[in-house]
Design a protein around this ligand. Structure first.
Ligand code: GLU
Length: 304
């Protein structure tokens, strides 16, 4: 009995894979995950020591890093449900950082943390650092630290392809728009576009499900995230208008661990210089149609 069930599951899986591979409409972009064959390998700095960082000391003693991430953001942070393996641009940034801190890729344990729970996870020591479309801003800097930024995104809008009336946030009056609780895009709509009917969920993938089932008229968050969803279902969804904010992505660290923050800044800079950043971008986020930009300048702000 068990055996037949397994065979049925395998056949169903094969069928799904065949459908995914063969059913793209002619001319539509291929639906692909990150190009693992094109990812850089990061040199692990085995002799690395950072005694001034309490976070690093704890991870070193433990023998592995615990890194917070997203698991449902295409090309940025995705978890394969079958293997449990994480992939995407943010995940590559996390691996790059780990290598510089002396940890090989298999010495990282990723933990999915939703937007609204990032600060608490860092404050409680549940994670050593966080890489997941995390905008650096002054409010958050009162609670956590940020290395980077390593990428500049901007807020945008995702709608169904048959939508012709939404071109920017000003068109959201009386329409329903979905975003993630605790995110900067959610806060911006609430503050600047009060006529929009704003709904919040834990994740953007739930918002996208709601868009596809006509529960909401638009999804708003960073363009980098929305372009990934649109690239996976180009017949169903499109990104409209121009970005209407600046969302610099930083690596969240426990506040006060300046040694860790500056070590990550150094590691980012080194990887931007040696080409790993660009190579990682092109094998991940670049696949949603964004050409590799120049990374934004790193902000080594004084201890606050
Ligand atoms: N970058 C924005 C933020 O940090 C939106 C993306 C997210 O929720 O992770 O709030």
């Amino acid at each position: 009995m068990l055996r037949t069930k397994n065979i049925a599951a395998v056949l169903a899986g094969l069928l799904l894979a065949a459908l995914a591979a063969g059913c793209g409409r002619e001319g539509s972009p291929p639906v692909k995950g990150p190009r693992t064959d094109r990812l850089p390998t990061y040199r692990v700095d085995t002799g690395f020591q950072l005694p001034k960082s309490p976070t690093w000391r704890k991870a070193h003693r433990r023998g592995y890093l615990v890194v917070g991430a997203k698991e449902d953001q295409p090309y940025l942070g995705e978890k394969d449900p079958a293997s449990g393996v994480y992939s995407g641009f943010d995940i590559e940034i996390a691996r790059m950082m780990a290598a510089s801190l002396g940890f090989e890729p298999k010495k990282i344990r990723f933990r999915t943390i939703a937007s609204a729970n990032r600060e608490t996870a860092l404050q409680n020591g549940q994670i050593d650092y966080y890489v997941g479309t995390y905008t650096v801003n002054d409010m958050r800097k009162k609670i956590v630290g940020f290395a980077g930024p390593y990428y500049m995104a901007g807020q945008g809008l995702l709608v169904r392809t048959d939508e012709n009336d939404i071109h920017g946030p000003q068109d959201l009056a009386g329409r329903t728009v979905c975003s993630a609780a605790g995110s900067t895009p959610y806060q911006r709509i609430a503050a600047d576009y009060p006529k929009a009917k704003l709904v919040a969920y834990d994740t953007y993938s739930i918002c996208v499900d709601n868009l596809l089932t006509f529960q909401v008229d638009a999804v708003t968050t960073d363009d980098a995230i929305l372009l990934g969803f649109a690239a996976k279902a180009p017949d169903e969804m499109k990104v409209v208008g121009k970005p209407f904010s600046e969302e610099p992505y930083g690596i969240g660290v426990p506040r006060g661990d300046t040694a860790l923050r500056l070590a990550l800044d150094d590691a980012l800079e080194a990887n931007e210089r040696n080409g790993n950043w660009k190579k990682a971008f092109e094998a991940t986020l670049g696949l949603s149609g964004v050409p590799a930009p120049k990374p934004p300048p790193i902000d080594r702000y004084p201890a606050n």
